[in-house]
Design a protein around this ligand. Structure first.
Ligand code: PPY
Length: 346
């Protein structure tokens, strides 16, 4: 069953690439969600990603108490070749055309493979775009805010596990040193966490060295002997097989769509491992963008909203414990409640 309100798939007039805009829900307000510019073996894999990620955005906004709906755009790039600058502009203008044709039911933002400068290009053609650079009146790069929000989530996990939110001396394994993962690694290193990191790009070892972090191959990091595993790269890292390998006490991080299938949340629970839903730990970027650009909060107020992810995680972990079910279930119940009542938190 398709449970999305609308999915638009169009071949870009300039790029000839498939542009997929999935609007999952506008129940709480116009949909928002980033543009993923990524390589897929087949464009249909990009469609699958767009469908899952847009549903995740609906939950992300609902749990964050924001009046936005969930959407996502995916442009499936062919494997093995990066677009040059001109081709990239063409892709972005093709995306902007589709978004503009939706008349405001969806606005885009950054995601894997895109950033504030790309949003500037999209903004040449449509107003429905978040996170343009500050010089153009946007809230700019969302990744520092996503990293800050993930840190807040990790502190809440630290408090649950050890009775204190400080991560000084805790051992954390970070999977992925992209914009968000690298920012989070810096914040955690500054707090005194003992880090082990990985990335598919071996050049990221340099950052590991700079931060005094250990390095493991991507295939080995899930089994690292650490307190908390922090997914900060692409999705579906938690599978039946990888959950069996985990040696940590919790998994919490900003990567979207971490579970290969929903039942993996139960497997984690069964192993006594706390899993904070990705759409809770990774909400800092959208919370900042929507709070500043739509709700006109000042940066400090927006940062306080991002930090409040810690309170949300506390609440979800409490609720889950009280009911003896997973934090995933507590979060999806909260999202469903807010979607049905259209309510915002007090
Ligand atoms: C995400 O958090 O997954 C995003 O898609 C980023 C984003 C940021 C701001 C507006 C829309 C999407």
């Amino acid at each position: 069953m398709l449970d999305h309100e609308q999915v638009t798939i169009r071949t870009g007039r300039r790029s000839r690439l498939p542009v997929i805009v999935a609007v999952h829900s506008t129940a709480l307000g116009p949909a928002a969600g980033g543009l993923r510019l990524w390589h897929y073996p087949d464009w249909r894999d990009g469609l699958t990603d767009a469908l899952r990620l847009s549903a995740g955005m609906t939950a992300k906004f609902a749990v964050a108490g924001l009046s936005s709906g969930g959407g996502k755009t995916v442009v499936a790039l062919p494997e093995g070749r990066e677009p040059n600058d001109g081709e990239r502009r063409d892709v972005l203008h093709d995306v902007a055309d589709v978004i503009d044709s939706l008349g405001g039911m969806y606005a885009t933002g950054p995601d894997v493979g895109t950033g504030a400068e790309d949003m500037a290009v999209i903004g040449e053609t449509t107003p429905h775009v978040f996170c343009r650079p500050a010089r153009l009146g946007g809230s700019g790069d969302s990744s520092p805010h996503t990293a800050r929000g993930a840190l807040a989530a990790l502190r809440a996990v630290g408090r649950r596990l050890y009775g204190t939110p400080t991560l000084d001396g805790r051992r954390l394994a970070i999977i992925g040193l992209g914009r968000v993962g690298a920012g989070l690694a810096r914040l955690l290193a500054a707090e005194g966490a003992v880090l082990t990191v990985t990335d598919v790009d071996p050049a990221k070892r340099e950052l590991a060295g700079e931060l005094g972090a250990g390095w493991l191959a991507p295939g080995d990091i899930l089994a690292a002997d650490v307190d908390i595993v922090v997914p900060a790269a692409l999705g579906s890292v938690l599978t039946r097989r990888t959950v069996a390998e985990l040696r940590c006490r919790a998994v919490a991080g900003p990567a979207n769509d971490q579970l290969a299938t929903p039942d993996v949340a139960d497997l984690l629970h069964g192993r006594g491992i706390i899993w904070v839903p990705d759409y809770v730990a990774g909400a800092g970027g959208v919370i900042n963008a929507v709070s500043t650009e739509l709700n006109h909060l000042d940066p400090d107020e927006a940062a306080a909203r991002v930090d409040a992810i810690a309170d949300t995680v506390d609440h979800l972990l409490d609720t889950a414990q009280r009911h003896g079910h997973t934090p995933a279930r507590a979060a999806s119940d909260l999202a469903r409640h807010r979607l049905h009542t259209g309510s915002r938190p007090a």
